[in-house]
Design a protein around this ligand. Structure first.
Ligand code: NAD
Length: 322
C-alpha cells in the first residue's frame, strides 16, 4: 500500500507501547487512526497526541475477546470514518507459564484467548469489510521473536506468538488475488508496559494463581541481568511503529525489527531443513503431490522482497516520529 492518506487504520492495544508507536506512525502517514484498547485510562492518555498533531483519531474501549463488541466497534468506525483499510492486531499479553507442564489451565486459556482468538476475532470482523469495498488493504499481527523460535520458560507466550505468525501466513495465502495483504510482525525487545497491562487485564479471579513467579530459564544469568542497562536492548515504540508502516508500504510478508535475532532464526530454520531425509524423492509421489496446489509449495513466500542495508538505494528511510 503506497498511499495512506485518508485511509482508516485500526490498531488494537493502540493505547500503549508498540501499538501506540504504530498508531502514531500511521497517523503521521496520513491515516485516520482507531485506537482499540481494553483500558479506557490508557486510551484517554493516548488520544491527546493525535488531537495535538491534527491526526484524525477515534478511541474505542474493547476487549479483543469480545466478539459482539468487535461488530459494534466496526459499525462505530464505519459511522465515523467510512471504509476501513488497515487492521493491526497488536493487543497481546504475557502470562508466565514457566516450564510448559507447570503452567495453569487458566493462564493457558487467558493468553490464548487474547493472543490467538483475539486476533482471529479481528480478522473475522474486519477482513470481509475490507474485501467488500475492494480498495487496497493490509492486515498486520504482532507476533514476537518468541513466535519464531522457542524461549525456555516462556512456553505459553511463544506458543501463542507462533500461532499469531501462522495466522498471518495463512491469511496472506488466502488473500492472494485480492487487493489486501498480510504481514507477521516480529518485534524484538521494545520499551513498553506489557508486564503492567497484562496484569491489569487479567481477570481478578485468576490473580492468586501461580503466585510464585516461574523460575527463569536455565541459560540466563539473573544477577548479571539485574545490573544490566535495559535501554541498550530496547527499541522505542515510535521506531518500531515506523518499521511497521514501512513494511505495509513495501507489502512485506514478514516485518522484523532487531537484526540481532537473524542468526538464531537461521539456525532454527536450518535445523528443520536438516531433518529432511536425504533419500531421493519418490517420483510417483512427487507427481501426484503437484495436484495439491500449495500443499508442497506456496508462492506467497516468494513475495517477500529483500530488505537492504541502511545507506543502500533500496533502504527506505525510517523517519523518527516527533
Ligand atoms: N514489548 C516487547 O518487547 C514486545 C516484544 C515482542 C512482542 N510484543 C508484543 O507486542 C504487543 C504489544 O505489547 P507491548 O509490549 O507494546 O505492551 P503494552 O502493555 O505497552 O501494550 C499492550 C496494550 O494491549 C492492551 N490489551 C491487552 N489485552 C487486551 C485485550 N484483551 N483487548 C484489548 N486490548 C488489550 C493493553 O491494555 C495495552 O494497552 C503484544 O502483542 C506483545 O506480545 C512485545
Amino acid at each position: 500500500m503506497q498511499n495512506f492518506q485518508g485511509k482508516t487504520a485500526i490498531v488494537t492495544g493502540g493505547a500503549s507501547g508498540i501499538g501506540n508507536g504504530i498508531a502514531k506512525a500511521l497517523g503521521r502517514a496520513g491515516c485516520n487512526v482507531v485506537i482499540i484498547d481494553a483500558r479506557q485510562e490508557a486510551i484517554d492518555q493516548a488520544l491527546p497526541f493525535f488531537s495535538q498533531k491534527g491526526y484524525p483519531a477515534l478511541g474505542l474501549k474493547l476487549d479483543v475477546t469480545d466478539r459482539d463488541g468487535w461488530e459494534k466497534a466496526a459499525d462505530q468506525i464505519a459511522a465515523k470514518f467510512g471504509k476501513i483499510h488497515i487492521l493491526v492486531n497488536n493487543a497481546g499479553v504475557a502470562a508466565g507459564s514457566g516450564r510448559l507442564w507447570e503452567g495453569s489451565y487458566k493462564d493457558w486459556d487467558f493468553i490464548n484467548g487474547i493472543n490467538v482468538s483475539g486476533v482471529f476475532n479481528g480478522i473475522k470482523t474486519i477482513v470481509p469489510r475490507i474485501l467488500e469495498h475492494g480498495e487496497e488493504g493490509h492486515i498486520v499481527t504482532t507476533s514476537s521473536t518468541g513466535g519464531a523460535f522457542a524461549v525456555s520458560g516462556s512456553a505459553f507466550y511463544c506458543v501463542t506468538k507462533y500461532a499469531a505468525s501462522g495466522l498471518m501466513e495463512c491469511l496472506a495465502s488466502d488473500l492472494v488475488g485480492t487487493n489486501v495483504k498480510a504481514s507477521a510482525f516480529y518485534p524484538g525487545p521494545v520499551n513498553s508496559n506489557l508486564g503492567m497491562s497484562s496484569s491489569a487485564v487479567r481477570p481478578d479471579k485468576f490473580k492468586d494463581e501461580n503466585a510464585v513467579p516461574p523460575a527463569p530459564p536455565k541459560d540466563i544469568d539473573v544477577s548479571a541481568m539485574m545490573s544490566m542497562d535495559f535501554t541498550k536492548i530496547f527499541m522505542t515504540p515510535e521506531e518500531v511503529g515506523e518499521r511497521v508502516v514501512r513494511g505495509i508500504r513495501r507489502g512485506d510478508l514478514f516485518i522484523w525489527t532487531h537484526p540481532e535475532f537473524k542468526a538464531g532464526m537461521a539456525i532454527r530454520n536450518q535445523a528443520i531443513l536438516d531433518a529432511f531425509p536425504l533419500e531421493p524423492q519418490n517420483q510417483n509421489r512427487a507427481e501426484s503431490l503437484k495436484m495439491f496446489g500449495t500443499l508442497t509449495y506456496n508462492p506467497v513466500y516468494e513475495t517477500q522482497v529483500l530488505l537492504g542495508a541502511p545507506g543502500l538505494p533500496d533502504w527506505p528511510e525510517i523517519e523518527t516520529a516527533k
